[in-house]
Design a protein around this ligand. Sequence first.
Ligand SMILES: Cc1cc2nc3c(=O)[nH]c(=O)nc-3n(C[C@H](O)[C@H](O)[C@H](O)COP(=O)(O)OP(=O)(O)OC[C@H]3O[C@@H](n4cnc5c(N)ncnc54)[C@H](O)[C@@H]3O)c2cc1C
Length: 440
Amino acid sequence: MRQHQPQLVIGAGLAGLSTLIHSQKLSAEAPLLLEAASHVGGKARSEHIRGFTFDVTGHWLHLRDPHMRSLVLRACGEAHFAPVERMSRVWSHGVYTRYPFQANVYGLPPTVIKECVMGAIEAKFNRPPEVSLADEPKRFSDWIRFYFGEGIATHFMIPYNAKLWGVSADEITSRWCQRFVPRPDLESIIAGAVGCHQEGMGYNATFLYPKKGGIQTVAEKLADLGGRENISLSSAVKTIDPRERIISLEDGQEISYERLVSSMPLPDLIDRTLHVPTSVREARGQLRATEVIYLNVGIQGPLGQADHWIYVPEERWPMYRVGSFTNAMPSMAPEGCSSLYIELSDRERSLDEIIPEVIQGLIEMEIIEHREQVMFIEPRRIPNAYVIYDERYHESREIIHHWLAEVDILSVGRYGDWNYSSMEDALLDGVRAAKWLWRT
Ligand SMILES: Cc1cc2nc3c(=O)[nH]c(=O)nc-3n(C[C@H](O)[C@H](O)[C@H](O)COP(=O)(O)OP(=O)(O)OC[C@H]3O[C@@H](n4cnc5c(N)ncnc54)[C@H](O)[C@@H]3O)c2cc1C
């Protein structure tokens, strides 16, 4: 028999859970949340391996919106979290420099410092004094040179971003980076080049992290707040018929609905939706994303570096970032052990070839002393991890969202909206989605 549920939400990641919670303020009825996995959390989940807890790489909670902050603290209790001050550096030319690179080139070889400073001076004098958003260069590589100059571009920005995104900075636009890339002025760049360090730059200077259990504990508490009875786990949506307003699940069940919010990745949503016009299918074909392959690593003994994450921009290393859960929260590993997550930029070669180079890198970075400290390495994949903001991104995404609105489907969250954003943004999207679900 077909079930009827007026308000349906797909996905119990943070966007879906927030939609459920915020619906409570708008209606006595709750929407039904359908989740393909057997647990809530989406990307904000944790796994346990031999007494270690790993998130899906670093998932540090930055809460700038007072409402989202109070929601998370209400759900979890303030005592659930420890506030952490970011410890993050860049490793290149065989030395560590502080993060962000562009404001901290002190410590690099003198010729590199000179190139970075001279490039920043040239960039400053080649730029008009005031630049509106509309006048900024569109191509990310041009944007980098426009604001930071050739030296910082060559020694960090261009190679690091190519490793992270899996495509050249020539292929992506600068639209993703406004909030995420700190843009120190020339005085700060020069101060950082002569060793006058500035603390706290960037959106992620401090963060909250659960004292134990990993980031998934936040999703679990949010699920409790939203009401577990409203969440149907192991309920993967197979197809959506927007004309009949019927969803069918992989297990054969059907549910009719009136309004639908989805937080599954936008390309998957279109692939599973019936009667999609050709123009929308074509736009869907233009959406691109980078897969991330990362390693969960258990280490015997303490780590040689105290950072929460370290950027590795040089091409000769197959990883672009090395992070540590235990440096933020020792409870993430058994007593006497430490943990690492290592995000790989080499997406071509086999792990058998890559892993010895990664271990060699850890030794050269003085994170570990010898390879025997490595207790285990568990590789993991994140499909669609980073949405690629290429030149077709905006138009394609617009076409799809516009059509979805016509058939009364709202697609939200980092992957539903199809953007580069944080856990807090996913929670904020839930506010928008709840208002949309219960609009009159
Ligand atoms: C490598 C990496 C590192 C990150 N680090 C940070 C960080 O440090 N700090 C930070 O704030 N943010 C970070 N983020 C971003 C953060 O993970 C996301 O913004 C947030 O978790 C997105 O939540 P969401 O609900 O939008 O999507 P998701 O978490 O992807 O949730 C979508 C849900 O939909 C479900 N689903 C998919 N298809 C179906 C289907 N067919 N039927 C039913 N259910 C379905 C999925 O199982 C999933 O549970 C990081 C992201 C990545 C990839």
